[in-house]
Design a protein around this ligand. Structure first.
Ligand SMILES: Cc1cc2nc3c(=O)[nH]c(=O)nc-3n(C[C@H](O)[C@H](O)[C@H](O)COP(=O)(O)OP(=O)(O)OC[C@H]3O[C@@H](n4cnc5c(N)ncnc54)[C@H](O)[C@@H]3O)c2cc1C
Length: 566
């Protein structure tokens, strides 16, 4: 089947989910939440770029959604009686990607405002399933649509800033295209909008606005990702639970906390999804026998959290945390770019860890397609009887090399320094050195990675002699350490020797607990009411499912602490 035929089949198969008709019962549940309006041909119901959209249900007549782009129009969908107009932007609160207008002589619509819609989606299962499934499917169809533009990033080929904007929109799942300045389309766009290469990169919005060399915050603002957490002139934001970090741990906690009625704020410094968001295929996540894209999995979790009313703003980095153990609001947090102070009765730190990345040309392209950060049975399977490369000289590198050497034909251990015994335990270093199919390449670094969809070969350089060689391999295990994202926390939050946050019994002797009548919960830190979950926690297992489990478990601990202090 050609790609076009596959697309056609996909659109046919998903039509009924994406465009369902609401039945009498569903209409009767939505009617009291909205207002009826009679509109006439040409009336615009909303324009691309509008925020906080409500749901528009057509009761009579015809309306259409269209994208206006560089003087041409593309019709995206037509809605008739019992159809509703909308997109995932309604759930997320992000900007509308398209405009909607009336095309019949007149029409009657029911408009359900955004706040009422969110309440209905959280509380009325009879309507929420149909609507949420449709909104998600519409976004999947749009992402597949080669004609649809959404946001456009015009940038020079191989230009870092342009690729940064592309990555940011990608990870935040905002439909967009990267148009290279050098392409035919790029030339036409720059001529039309009088753009020169000094303006690049440029963000062109669906409403036709052009932002020259925008910062990520400006892009986030335009896309509707960056939303004010405070309303009006408020200089204080109050929350029951503030979750810092929206990787799997933070997202799972957001779903549980918001669904249990806690006023939940989620701060994320780059894009919800965290490390899992950059994994193209997670093969060991419970319930997905053929694997699931990490970005897709965490996007669904994010929508689930929105549906229950969790408040997100991206990018919003937590800069500091101050603790007041005696107050109802125990913590106050300073947020990047936000003049208001965020107060929280409880805080969950789910900021994860940054794996140190190999500084080799082409590495990004092979993340999880040849570059791995863990050597488990799953990765071991991928390289049976092959040559594999492990980089690093610590215990994790030694353990990975030993483990992989059981199935692989040959393991190359690439070490930057002159020996392995300074960082690796003696017994492990001896085993590694004596294993027949492990070869240690000292004073060596990977300079280049290349291949097609998957990694095929790497270029190595001996930093002492300058000698270069190429090795054919499908797997590089990067074991050069991970750094927990904890620099912003006060010293009273105890950490282990590597900076990971200690929790549970290991902090029972901390001064704040000594002065407290309770014991710390399993995921509670040395400050009562402040929790940690996922990769940032000392002793965590650095797996997606474990982070999700800890996120859910932390919320149970939060509920106990809130109840004990009320
Ligand atoms: C390429 C890759 C592939 C992987 N593949 C698998 C796999 O196949 N199976 C598996 O089980 N695991 C896999 N993992 C590991 C798994 O993704 C992690 O264990 C999991 O994502 C940890 O979740 P977390 O929520 O604890 O932290 P993270 O995913 O690290 O998320 C933390 C979030 O916090 C944000 N943040 C950090 N500091 C701040 C701050 N000050 N303010 C606000 N936000 C902040 C970050 O931007 C990030 O989004 C993979 C990891 C990588 C990198």
């Amino acid at each position: 089947m050609t790609e076009e035929q596959e697309d056609e089949q996909f659109y046919r198969d998903t039509e009924s989910v994406a465009f369902p008709k609401l039945d009498d019962h569903q209409l009767s549940l939505l009617e009291p939440l909205g207002q009826r309006r009679v509109v006439t041909r040409g009336d615009v119901i909303y324009k691309a770029g509008a925020r906080d959209l409500g749901l528009t249900i057509v009761l009579r007549g015809e309306v259409e959604a269209y994208e206006q782009r560089d003087g041409t129009e593309q019709i995206l969908a037509t809605a008739r009686e019992r159809d509703f107009i909308g997109d995932v932007a309604m759930l997320q609160g992000t900007s509308a990607l398209a405009s909607v207008r009336v095309i019949s002589l007149d029409a009657e619509i029911l408009h359900v405002p955004a706040s009422e819609l969110r309440r209905a989606l959280a509380e009325i299962p009879d309507v929420s399933k149909t609507i949420v499934d449709a909104l998600i499917m519409r976004r999947r169809r749009i992402s597949r649509d080669r004609e649809f533009a959404g946001m456009r990033v015009l940038a020079q080929r191989d230009e870092r800033l342009g690729h940064n904007l592309d990555d940011f929109l990608d990870k935040n799942r905002i439909p967009h295209r990267l148009v290279t300045f050098e392409s035919e389309q790029g030339k036409a766009l720059s001529e039309r909008f009088h753009l020169t290469n000094r303006d690049l990169p440029v963000l062109i919005t669906p409403a036709g606005r052009r932002l020259r060399q925008p910062s990520l915050r400006e892009v986030a603002h335009e896309a509707g990702l960056l939303r004010p957490l405070a309303t009006g002139n408020e200089n204080e934001i109050l929350s029951d639970l503030t979750i810092v970090g929206a990787g799997p741990a933070g997202l799972a906690a957001a779903v549980y906390a918001a669904s249990e009625g806690l006023n939940t704020v989620v701060l994320e410094s780059y894009a919800p999804g965290g490390q899992a968001g950059s994994s193209s295929l997670i093969e060991n996540f419970f319930g997905f026998p053929t694997g699931v894209g990490g970005g897709y999995l965490t996007w669904l979790a994010q929508l689930q959290a929105y549906r229950f009313g969790a408040k997100f703003s991206t990018p919003s980095q937590a800069l500091s945390l101050q603790y007041n153990g005696n107050g109802e609001y125990r913590a106050c947090l300073d947020i990047e770019g936000c003049p208001a102070i965020l107060y929280a009765k409880a805080v969950l730190i789910a900021t994860g860890a940054d794996y140190r990345r190999l500084d080799a040309e082409g590495r990004e392209q092979f993340e999880n397609m040849g570059v791995y950060y863990a050597a488990t049975a799953m990765e071991g399977q991928l390289c049976r009887n092959e040559t594999v490369v492990v980089v690093g000289s610590g215990n994790s590198a030694g353990q990975a090399a030993m483990y992989l050497s059981e199935g692989a034909a040959r393991v190359l251990l690439v070490v930057r320094g002159k020996d392995i015994s300074s960082k690796m335990s003696d017994y492990l270093a001896r085993r590694v050195q004596s294993r027949e199919n492990i070869e240690i390449l000292y004073q060596t670094e990977i300079r280049k990675m290349s291949g097609g969809k998957k990694l095929e070969q790497i270029g190595l350089e001996n930093t002492q002699t300058g000698e270069r060689k190429t090795v054919r391999t499908q797997a590089v295990f990067s074991m050069i350490g991970a750094k927990p994202c904890t620099e912003w926390l006060p010293p009273e939050i105890e950490r282990d020797e590597k900076g990971f946050i200690k929790t549970g019994t290991s902090v029972a002797g901390a001064p704040a607990w000594q002065a407290n009548k309770h014991q710390p919960g399993p995921l509670e830190t040395s400050l009562p009411g402040i929790f940690a979950a996922g990769d940032v926690r000392s002793g965590s297992v650095k797996r997606c499912a474990a982070a999700v489990g800890e996120g859910g478990m932390a919320v149970a601990g939060v509920q106990i602490r809130l109840a004990s202090s009320s």
